[in-house]
Ligand binder design. Sequence first.
Ligand SMILES: *Cc1c(COP(=O)(O)O)cnc(C)c1O
Length: 810
Amino acid sequence: MIDFNSLAGITAGEIVLSEYSGEIKYLITDSRKSFFAGGGIFFAISGERHDGHVYIKSLYDKGVRQFVVEKDVEASHLPGSNLLKVSSSLMALQAVAKAHREQFNVEVVGITGSNGKTIVKEWLFQLIVPYKRAVKNPHSYNSQIGVPLSVWQLNEQHEVGIFEAGISVPGEMEKLEAIIQPTVGIFTNIGPAHDAGFNSRKQKIQEKARLFQHTEHVIYCKDHEEIDQYLAGKGFSWGHHVDSDVRIMDVVHNERETVVNIRFGSDHVFKIPFIDKASIENCLHCITYMLFKGYDSLSIQEGISKLHKVHMRLELKKAIHNSYVIDDVYNNDLAGLQIALDFLSHQKQHESKSVIISDILQSVADQQKLYTQVNELLKTANVTKIIGIGPALSRFKKLFDMEAYFYETTADFLKQHDFTSFRDEIILVKGARTFAFERIVRTLEEKIHGTQLEINLDALTNNLNFYRSRMKPETRLMVMVKAFAYGSGSLEVANLLQFHRVDYLGVAYADEGVILRKNGIYLPIMVMNPSEDSFEKLYQYQLEPEVYNFNIFRQLISFLGNRPMKVHLKLDTGMHRLGFEEGDIDQLIGLLQKHSNLEVKSIFSHLAGSDEATHNTFSREQAEKFERLSGRIMQNLHHRPLRHLVNSPGIVRFPEFHYDMVRLGIGLYGLEANKLEQHRLQPISRLKTIISQIKHIKEGETVGYSRKGLAKEDMQIATIAIGYADGFSRAFSNGVGEVWLHGKKAPVIGNVCMDMTMIDITGIDASEGDEVEVFGEHLTIMEAASKINTIPYEILTNVSQRVKRVYYVE
Ligand SMILES: *Cc1c(COP(=O)(O)O)cnc(C)c1O
């Protein structure tokens, strides 16, 4: 076992304090995640923007007594603890995982490649689990931090480890290889996409293949020639090539399954329960591994018949009685539960947090210990109510010390539980597949009628990080969540931003700020359009108004009397919208000096053309004026306010004008207004709807209001459940707009109606109920905007409130 004393040797660190004698059971790298304090050891990792050392005290207060640090830390603040100083906490974490791995002489499958890593890992795990005790990465924990945490789960009971590894720049795989030490490899494929971190495809393959540098056998598809060149010597391949170890003789594509004839020694037939290319490839990797390990084809077939599409994403949806439900009904093991609980505890919209969980179908020796751990995890995530479903949970119900209900089966729960008792809470529904918890989610969630806007919270995080990478670490970040967060949902977006510790939020109206405050958002909030009738609310909810003219200034003073308030001064440097002008400054300074209860938190202005090079000279003039005017005000204040000038496109184009803070808007939502860095952002939303009805019409017949749609020949049309009242502009009428259906574009025919639209689907094989993408991955918001001569901002903010939002993380 690795204990604290052996750690110094493993990590080449120096023991600063050694006053705790407990074991090392759990590795903690993120103070925001739920963890077990007893037996936990915290690695304080400092990156460019995050510094783990800041959280040491709060972790200490929560009971953590073992720390690995790379900066000097005052040991006297941590009585009774162990403290180890190393040169790099991340490298120490990796060294600990490596040492842990070396204790076990078991088979370890290492998986890498461009796509399919997580799916192959999950499927292989499902295929192997009936025969061997196996362990895998939770979700796609495949990074420099995720891999050590995954490998740490290995224990004496395991017979196989299945670990995926992902890298983004050269040099990373060597480190992961040292931790995983795979005995068998799987190289899934190499994508055409040119990752920013590599200078060629060849280098990309070379780097990824380092995972297998000490591995004797690597499973791969021989049809990928470039991979074949690298692995030919040690490969165990499948493919159409005659020299493939497992040779594909014939593939038959049926409606719901794919039948593959394979020659491996003798001939075998496998029925794969998928029809798409990627799933077939992923499945063949798994089949080849199983054949390689000597499993007979009957057992393999039995396993693959039970495979399901891997739903790694956690979905957050609106539920009954003002609640939310987090939908995670794919499986339930301890590591996965921990991740889902983190997501639950990040949701600050409601205080009450419930979980509905099934028995954990993990093979462990000591069930009592397992459920004691579950209870501990629930408590660290501040769960207030548990509903446990399954015989094991029912048996151990005494272990749970919170509001608790137990049922033997899902059907019992659905029949007996009082669903009106769910109210104003966040409910995590997490169960092993056999418990069919999707029935519970269906009962809890608000019914969605066809049209919905899906929002990818991981993409939001990616975009946030991109802009952060363009800022100096000390520069602050205000994010604009006005207009329902550009249509994406202000509560959910603000909640994510708070989790990622942005500095400020900006809204247009006081009411938008009040809603945030009522739902657990404690970040400072600037309100850009305060009005006299909103002052009481501003004061009560600690919202900070923008003051842009003398009128507002005087009204505010007369409302406040001597009470204090934080305000933001807006200067007009050329936009000519709101703001004090040059001639106002002296008078403004006089008033500020007289009314020192107004605390100037910031002074700011707005560029009129930050996204276009033609306006560069003007933008510079604006900045110069801002510098001058704000400088004069600051000279006359007793404290130093923050200054800020640029919006999203300005962040990218004018690093010299970041001042103390920047204001991020559209970029967070996936659109780079300059179009210079669009490839670094990810689209965050997808608007989709369904086909309500399909019709055949004859040449000469007309479609819709004013009979605008004319059939020039016999055609097939579909009515979809979205209209201008949902935000699908009427300007898309008569062929201007298109939607995406089964891989093809279908144009609008006739006029867009209030709640419905007709599309031409001639030549597309579609059925009623099929899904249609209005914008998203295939039809970009940018394209849609240009079709109707508007800007993407308008497309985003137009999606009406009646369209349900569904949030997810991968
Ligand atoms: C909306 C807004 C922003 C954000 O602008 P984007 O172009 O969306 O980045 C910044 N500052 C002010 C004053 C705004 O009103």
